[in-house]
Design a protein around this ligand. Structure first.
Ligand code: NDP
Ligand code: OXD
Length: 307
């Protein structure tokens, strides 16, 4: 019986050591050096190469090394019946809230404008932007925490999800037919949706046009939820005053991509909420033990919905 870590491009020494400490009797193998594929019953995956999971014939369950599972489910060779769990972690949520607070204040206090002015040695005092209404797309673990957080700070907050949620002091909307109402008042729009067939290119030209002129978009979910060209156009026309992007269709963002140099874009390299290794190890160990005991996984993903 063994666990395989299929997490390319990441140093895993500390994760392996911590996991080995929690599960001393279990063999931990790191892809691509899997000495006994037929002994692997549980795999921890993140952006795995297609076919890597399918090459393990005795797998009983998968654990994502992050919160989002789109890259895992995009592997067409993934066995259809394998249960998949994901990371749900208060540290991850806290990190996302810290990032969103920082971004909000960056734009509210016009640091974007002052930064541009500095390049031209321009002294132009201005009062803060009026950011009063925040809309959060996606009201799951992260989105509902963000909505609650900003409502608690006194912002008007609306939220949008697949099924209707009830959150104190947050005006909730659900489904395509309520999208326009959900975003109509937004000064700042935060995207915390999962990337699925239904959300790919969701923020296209038509939907961005539903925002108030001069709104600000923050995408901390997945790059492919936003139509790149529609975003560039919205910034060009002033439909959007600015955008903060932490996630991209292709990561790392290719050097020639126009997002690097478009005025109004603040760009960060997918760091808004990074998986905490200690929590991940605890959740991997817990879910591995659950599989051995025949219990359901914690934080299991609905593979049909894709999140
Ligand atoms: P959850 O699965 O907990 O929540 C997803 C939310 O999106 C739910 O409210 C769901 O509504 C809603 N939703 C899904 N599909 C639709 C749709 N078609 N229309 C309307 N609403 C929809 O996810 P998390 O909050 O944990 O995470 C959200 C995403 O954030 C992750 O999938 C990941 O991509 C991203 N992320 C980014 C990080 C970063 O560092 N940038 C870090 C961690 C996560 P309902 O349940 O009612 O269907
Ligand atoms: C995640 C991420 O989904 O880091 O956990 O993007």
């Amino acid at each position: 019986m063994s666990i395989a870590l299929i997490i390319p491009d990441r140093k895993l020494d500390t994760v392996v050591a911590a996991l080995q400490q929690q599960l001393p009797d279990v063999t931990i193998e790191v892809w691509p050096h899997i000495s006994q594929p037929e002994a692997v019953e549980f795999a921890v995956v993140w952006k795995q190469p297609a076919g890597a999971v399918a090459s393990l014939p005795k797998l009983r369950a998968l654990q994502s090394f992050g919160a989002g599972v789109d890259s895992i489910l995009s592997d067409m060779t993934l066995p259809a019946s394998l249960p998949l769990a994901r990371i749900v972690d208060p540290h991850l949520t806290a990190s996302m809230l810290e990032y969103l607070d920082t971004v909000l204040n960056y734009f509210r206090l016009r640091f974007d404008e002052f930064g541009t002015n500095q390049q031209q040695r321009l002294w132009k005092p201005r009062s803060p932007r009026k950011i009063r209404h925040i809309t959060v797309l996606g009201l799951g673990e992260l989105g509902s925490a963000a909505a609650r957080h900003f409502a608690g700070l006194g912002y008007h907050v609306s939220g949008w999800s697949g099924s209707l949620r009830e959150i104190d002091n947050v005006q909730c909307f659900a489904g395509d037919h309520q999208f326009a109402d959900a975003v109509a008042q937004a000064d700042l729009l935060i995207c915390l949706l999962p990337l699925t067939v239904a959300t790919e290119n969701l923020l296209n030209e038509t939907r961005l046009a539903l925002l108030k002129t001069g709104a600000i978009l923050v995408n901390v979910a997945r790059g492919a939820i936003v139509d790149d060209d529609a975003l560039l156009l919205a910034l060009q026309t002033g439909q959007l005053a600015a955008a903060c992007l932490d996630v991209f269709r292709i990561e790392p963002l290719p050097v020639e991509h126009p997002f690097w140099t478009t005025p109004g874009i603040l760009l960060t390299p997918h760091i808004s909420a990074v998986t905490n290794a200690d929590t991940a190890v605890a959740q991997i160990a817990e879910n591995y033990s659950r599989v051995q005991a025949g219990l359901p996984l914690l934080n299991q993903v609905d593979r049909t919905r894709g999140y």
